[in-house]
Design a binder for this molecule. Structure first.
Ligand code: SPV
Ligand code: MG
Length: 292
């Protein structure tokens, strides 16, 4: 199954078909994203950190993220793009963790060129320090050589615009990372309009496709992105956790206001719905077959 998932993502990149990935912080969110029709899952570090109520700043250990990726990949049939932040260390660390992410069922990793421990990208005034280009090239080469399936995708993430270093530095880094063997380049921006990202896209002359995370500039639609002809993947970085937080807040507040659950019950998904999402049908089949 992992092999087919890897091929599906690889093929989408080769065909320059826009691949849509929705964030997930647990298998249930991933299942709902699959149900909604997304092409893949984004194994977001931001979301997983938020779900543990800690900052997205290399605070959760690698094993916590890895085990969540394993749980997600074993639940859905669509490719999982794992967010490995900075690679949890240097090129040596990367050589050891890539086989673990591959074995966990991820079809791709995104690794960013920030120093470890990182700070989250979208926070105003975050501490954004980048590693040397040569050092990050070593990490990309280590990742590419550590994979056992050639269709496993290594995406290099350029944080130069996030760090305020400008277009020239961003282009220089993106080309250097392509040269080191990255299969795609994620270019991230926290500007509130798409201008910065569109300027990068129009200046991009590399062969590999780009990856966007349009959280900060939501007005850029999939049709706009596809029209550039240079973007392979769009990642919706945090919409599962934001939807969950909004829904929980509203319901919890209403129960406190009403002094009971009478006002929220009808609008919530029924228990029957949740039981189905738990995979009850499969368990009943197993029961029928084996319980004597
Ligand atoms: C994540 O979702 O963990 C990301 C995207 O890396 S962002 O939070 O925008 O940096
Ligand atoms: Mg992240």
């Amino acid at each position: 199954m992992t092999k087919q998932k890897n091929q599906a993502l690889r093929l989408a990149l080769a065909q320059r078909r826009l691949f849509t990935a929705m964030s997930a912080h647990n298998p249930l969110a991933a299942k709902l994203a699959q149900e909604a029709g997304f092409d893949g899952i984004w194994g977001s570090g931001f979301e997983l950190s938020a779900s543990y109520a800690v900052p997205d700043a290399s605070i959760l250990p690698m094993g916590t993220h890895l085990e969540m990726m394993r749980a997600i990949a074993s639940t859905v049939d669509i490719p999982l793009i794992a967010d490995i932040d900075t690679g949890f260390g240097n090129a040596v660390t990367v050589s050891y963790i890539i086989p673990q992410y591959e074995a966990a069922g991820a079809s791709a990793v995104v690794m960013e060129d920030k120093t470890f421990p990182k700070d989250t990208s979208l926070r105003a005034g975050g501490r954004q320090e980048l590693v040397r280009i040569e050092e990050f090239q070593g990490k990309i080469e280590a990742a590419a050589q550590a994979r056992s399936d050639a269709d496993f995708v290594v995406i290099a993430r350029v944080e130069a615009l996030i760090a305020g270093l400008g277009q020239e530095e961003a282009q220089k880094r993106a080309h250097a990372y392509e040269e080191a063997g990255a299969d795609a380049i994620l270019i991230h921006s926290k500007q509130k309009t798409p201008d910065e990202i569109l300027a990068f896209i129009s200046g991009w002359s590399g062969r590999v496709p780009l990856v966007l995370v349009p959280t900060a500039y939501p007005q850029l639609t999939e049709a706009d992105i596809a029209a550039t002809g240079k973007v392979g993947v769009v990642i919706y970085g945090n919409h599962a956790i934001r939807a969950a937080v909004g829904a929980m807040r509203d319901v919890f507040a209403q129960i406190r206001r009403d002094g009971g659950i009478q006002g929220v019950d009808a609008a919530l998904p029924g228990v029957k719905d949740i039981i189905a999402l738990q995979g009850d049908a499969r368990m009943r089949e197993i029961e029928k077959k084996f319980l004597r």
